[in-house]
Structure formats: structure tokens, C-alpha cells
Design a protein around this ligand. Structure first.
Ligand code: ZN
Length: 234
């Protein structure tokens, strides 16, 4: 009888020890996860700080393609912006601080500034410009480059979780969507999908008062559906 009781006590002790070991393992696992999460958070915060500095430099360069312009970017201006974008990319490792969609947009925007017409993105734009007289194609290109730079700026703001800008137009135009798709970006996902009713209401109110500052086409060749500068011009 006493031997049985002794065996039972031994089993209970082993069970308790196993539970204690399992609990200790679980606690250590939770602590490990917390440390890993905290480390990733710290790394993320440092990345955001550095990204802000990097993006500020690119923002200043893209001021040359401001939606407030009253004329298209000419060839000299496009070349200058591209040279400055290239220099920015390699200065201080700025390029590696970009998000993947921002980098993809950066590549397309920079390329479209000076690449051969046949290489323009989207392909529909290349085909359209190829059918125009050289001077007209140049003006149209200088206008579209401004709107594409606006899309890049919008992505930069989204990366930093900053304001979305004014909703100049409730939805992306066909050309904007084609350009995004050409960069491997879905126009139906954040931050590109259509804004909610509140933003639409705000946009229509600003538009009605003339306070939106919407940039009109400055080349005379953009179709309304393809008008820049996308949903949130900057
Ligand atoms: Zn235009």
C-alpha cells in the first residue's frame, strides 16, 4: 500500500516537473519572440528615419516636375532631372532605402525621361508618341513625365505613412493604371485603389471651390481619361 502510494507520489512529481519544464520552455519562447519582434521594430524605425532623409532629397529633385508647372518638361530639363535622380540613387545608399514599388516606379520614371520613344512605358504611350510629329511627341512626353513623377511622389508618401495629398481626381486614369501595371504594381491595391466616399466628397468640394489646384494638361495632347496626375497629385 505504502509502496503504491510512494510510486504515485513519484509519478506526480515527474508530471509536475514536466509541466514546469513545458511552462519554462513556453515562457522562454514568448520572451524570444518578444525580443525578435522588438529588434525588428527597432530596425524598422531606423530604416524609416533613414528613408525620410533619402526621400527628402528625391522630393527636392522632383520639384522640377511639379504639378504646378505651366509647360511640359523640355529635353534639357528631362535630362537634368534624370542625371540628378541617378546621382541621388547612389549618394549615401539612397537607392537601397527605397521600398520595392517606389524603386520600380523610380526606374520607370527615370527611364521615361530620356529613353528612346520605343522604350517608353506604358507601351501604349510609346505607340502614341511614335505616331506624332517630333515636336508634338516631345511636348506630350514632357507632360506625361510630370504626371508620372507625381505617381512616384505619391508612393513615397505612402511608404512613409504620410498624408495622401489632395484628391484631384477620384480615380486613376487609364494611362496611370497602364503605367503602374508596367511597373509591376496593381492599381487596385493600396495606395492606388479608389478612395472612399469621404475622400471623394472632399475632392469634389475642393474642385467646386477651385481649391484643389488640379494640374491641367500643359501639352494640349492629353485625353481627359489619361490626364495626370493620378488620384493624389503632389
Ligand atoms: Zn498633356
Amino acid at each position: 500500500m505504502s509502496a503504491t502510494r510512494g510510486q504515485g507520489g513519484l509519478d506526480d512529481g515527474m508530471v509536475n516537473a514536466n509541466w514546469a519544464q513545458a511552462a519554462a520552455t513556453a515562457i522562454l519562447a514568448v520572451i524570444g519572440l518578444w525580443i525578435a519582434h522588438n529588434y525588428r521594430r527597432q530596425v524598422g524605425l531606423k530604416l524609416v528615419e533613414r528613408r525620410i532623409d533619402a526621400y527628402m532629397g528625391l522630393w527636392a529633385i522632383l520639384a522640377a516636375a511639379s504639378p504646378g508647372r505651366t509647360s511640359p518638361l523640355d529635353r534639357v530639363e528631362r535630362q537634368k532631372v534624370r542625371d540628378e535622380m541617378n546621382r541621388w540613387y547612389f549618394d549615401d545608399g539612397n537607392g537601397i532605402l527605397m521600398s520595392t514599388p517606389a524603386r520600380d516606379l523610380w526606374i520607370a520614371v527615370a527611364s521615361n525621361l530620356t529613353c528612346p520613344v520605343a522604350s517608353l512605358r506604358p507601351a501604349a504611350l510609346a505607340a502614341e508618341l511614335a505616331s506624332l510629329a517630333e515636336a508634338d511627341a516631345d511636348r506630350r512626353r514632357g507632360c506625361v513625365c510630370i504626371s508620372q513623377a507625381s505617381l512616384l511622389r505619391h508612393q513615397m508618401k505612402a511608404d512613409l505613412s504620410l498624408h495622401k495629398g489632395l484628391y484631384y481626381r477620384p480615380e486613376l486614369g487609364t494611362a496611370d493604371r497602364d503605367f503602374l501595371r508596367g511597373c509591376g504594381i496593381s492599381p487596385w491595391r493600396r495606395p492606388w485603389r479608389p478612395p472612399g466616399w469621404r475622400a471623394r466628397t472632399r475632392a469634389s468640394r475642393l474642385s467646386a471651390t477651385g481649391a484643389s489646384g488640379a494640374r491641367l494638361c500643359v501639352c494640349g495632347g492629353c485625353q481627359p481619361a489619361a490626364l495626370p496626375p493620378g488620384p493624389h497629385a503632389t
